[in-house]
Design a binder for this molecule. Structure first.
Ligand code: SRM
Ligand code: SF4
Length: 561
């Protein structure tokens, strides 16, 4: 085998791991502070990352000191749905072990940071007690399955609960390593849990699934490796699915062979084919994904390089299903969920905006305490959204005023400040993310303020673009499917700008400017917004305008490529 065809190191680590065990158990038993190199890869499959706080600190002599190792843990929470009891367990764990903070993620999950190794086991056990897990929340497996929001408690959308749960359970890996290490179950012979779907080396890379109703794109379906958009029969029951494959966002600056990609529609299949088609797509990734280069290992590259026609035939061959390629796909929308919504059962939902999904007690604004109080007092189910927000569900009519007055007493306005903020996302980046090139979440309020001023000046508030920011090109806050993507490019605070996504989330954008200093971003956007204001049609959204106007002309205007 030539050197460039050699398997990547992670492939060897998985293969030698004895069902994802490695030496994880021994390290936990020894009460160590960190895992060794190989196990650092394996713990991802258990739902955690080993991290360092990247803010540099000095000791009393003024010398830089090495920051201690800590862990980020991520939940497996299909569809982001949690009962009050389940939410309150995360809330309590956040206080006990994670510095009083939780973070809602862009895949409807919850993360906690700055955890010590010795605290991992009690966390896993507490999460397990309420029938949740962190198993497979990271690693080369099917991750948290996302699902359309249902603040209305609509029965058609409720059917997706079972679909997301089924897919999540079906693709949960079978190794008992997680139960043994974290939950204290009896040690098995690792040969006993050879995985029927994943085999010994799992997938070449992470795999993401979204589930929705056709026409409702609250999950950003085109950014997923695989997506199912259900259609309903005349009684409102699911009759089948439009199936999507090959979406994904990660890329590397200046490497043209890495790129964000919107998923392709393979066609429609009847409800009975759900699992066989899902298996066929996942196993096609397992068998054809590139295991030599992790930057080229996602399913999207298989579709891009072998072609959609080839991939569709391969899935049909493996599943024995036949795609209907003619059935028309309804137009996509992204329904609004913020604020009060009447539910089918007569109760209400409250969609609560949170900036970057960070839930903690901010100075003057004790958000975490407020949520704990309201969710426990009124015993509310919640749904985490793919836009890092929280929907509180099942509020009785008579309790509405009480919820509002509690929020007021905590100084919390449930609405976002302006339309720009409604769907704006930022990834965590520094100080926890080991891959961050620049700041993101921590500078996001300042950035939004600057851009808001531009929108106010140009009177474009009612058409504020969907704007997302990340601290590197991996795309965790989905900048490429936004109308404006701001992507960390270079240490020292240089960002690239991406335009071309649309409000319905059916496309991915492209570079329009590179190496822009943080302070210059609002000014650069102002140039583009001015042309939009002058030359855009009435009501035309920014994403649609730039497509019609032409990205080359925008590049020329910004002059930074
Ligand atoms: Fe992500 C890696 C955070 C959604 C693409 N992502 C990371 C890591 C674990 C950094 C690392 O590998 O060391 C980040 C942890 C930072 C921290 O300190 O918390 C991280 N990703 C996140 C979250 C928390 C961002 C957020 O603002 O909420 C999201 C957690 C979702 C979840 O609950 O599972 C998150 N990541 C995404 C998404 C969006 C999505 O899935 O809808 C993407 C783009 C879609 C995609 O996968 O293509 C995404 N994350 C990546 C990539 C690029 C993968 C690639 O194909 O190249 C990496 C880097 C990697 O895997 O090597 C990455
Ligand atoms: Fe980290 Fe980059 Fe993901 Fe942001 S986009 S969380 S910087 S990997």
């Amino acid at each position: 085998m030539s050197e460039e065809n050699e398997l990547s190191e992670v492939e060897h680590i998985k293969s030698a791991s004895q069902g994802l065990r490695g030496k994880i158990g021994a390290t936990v038993e020894a009460g160590s502070e960190e895992f060794g190199d190989d196990d650092r890869q394996l713990i991802k499959f258990h739902g955690m990352y080993q991290q360092k706080d990247r803010d540099r600190r000095k000791d009393e002599q003024g010398d830089f000191i090495e920051n201690p190792t800590s862990f980020m843990i991520r939940g497996r929470i299909p569809g982001g749905r949690l009962t009050a009891k389940q939410y309150l367990v995360w809330d309590e764990l956040g206080d006990k072990f994670a510095g009083g903070a939780l973070r809602l993620t862009t895949r409807q999950s919850i993360q906690m940071h700055t955890i010590r190794l010795t605290d991992l086991r009690p966390i896993m056990q507490a999460v397990d007690k309420v029938n949740l897990s962190t198993m497979g929340a990271c690693g080369d497996v099917v991750r948290n399955v996302t699902q359309a929001l249902n603040p209305w408690g609509r029965s058609d959308l409720n059917q997706l609960d079972a679909v997301a749960q089924l897919l999540s359970d079906h693709f949960k890996y079978k190794s008992k390593a997680y139960a043994e290490v974290w939950l204290g179950e009896k040690q098995l012979n690792s040969e006993e849990d050879e995985d029927p779907i994943y085999g010994k080396t799992y997938l070449p890379r992470k795999f993401k699934i979204a589930v929705t109703l056709a026409g409702d794109n609250s999950v950003d379906i085109y950014t997923n490796d695989m997506g199912f958009a259900a259609t309903l029969d005349k009684d409102g029951k699911i009759e089948g699915y439009f199936v999507f494959a090959g979406g994904g966002l990660g890329m590397t600056h200046n490497k043209a062979d890495t790129y964000p990609r919107a998923a392709d529609l393979l066609g429609w299949v009847p409800i009975k084919d759900l699992i066989s088609v899902a298996d066929a797509i996942v196993t096609s990734h397992r068998d054809f994904g590139d295991r030599t280069n992790r930057k080229h290992a996602r399913l999207k590259y298989v579709l891009a390089e072998k072609g959609v026609e080839w991939f569709r035939s391969e899935v049909e061959r493996r599943s024995n299903a036949k795609f209907d390629k003619i059935k028309p796909l309804p137009k996509w929308e992204t329904p609004a969920y913020l604020g009060w919504t009447l539910r089918e059962d007569g109760t209400y939902s409250l969609g609560l905006h949170t900036l970057s999904g960070r839930i903690k007690d901010f100075p003057e604004k004790p958000l975490k305490t407020a949520l704990k109080d309201i969710i426990s007092t009124f015993d509310l189910d919640v749904q985490v959204t793919a836009d890092q927000d929280l929907v509180l569900m099942g509020i009785k009519k008579d309790d509405r005023a009480n919820v509002e007055s509690k929020l007021r007493n905590y100084n919390i306005d449930p609405a976002s400040p302006k339309p720009l903020y409604d769907r704006a996302l930022a990834c965590p980046a520094l100080p926890t993310c080991g891959l961050a090139l620049t700041e993101s979440e921590r500078v996001f309020p300042q950035l939004l303020e600057g851009i808001q001023k531009v929108l106010d000046k140009l009177q474009l508030n009612d058409r504020a673009p969907i704007l997302r920011m990340t601290g590197c090109p991996n795309g965790c806050a989905r900048p490429y499917s936004a109308e404006v993507g701001i992507v960390g490019q270079q240490a020292g605070g240089k960002y690239s700008l991406f335009f071309g996504g649309n409000p319905e989330g059916t496309k991915v954008g492209q570079y329009v400017a590179k190496k822009i200093a943080f302070a210059d971003i609002p000014g650069q956007l102002e140039k583009a917004f001015e042309v939009w204001k002058k030359e855009g049609k009435s009501e035309e959204r920014f994403g649609d305008f730039v497509e019609r106007y032409g990205l080359d002309k925008i590049r020329e205007l910004l002059g930074s490529m």
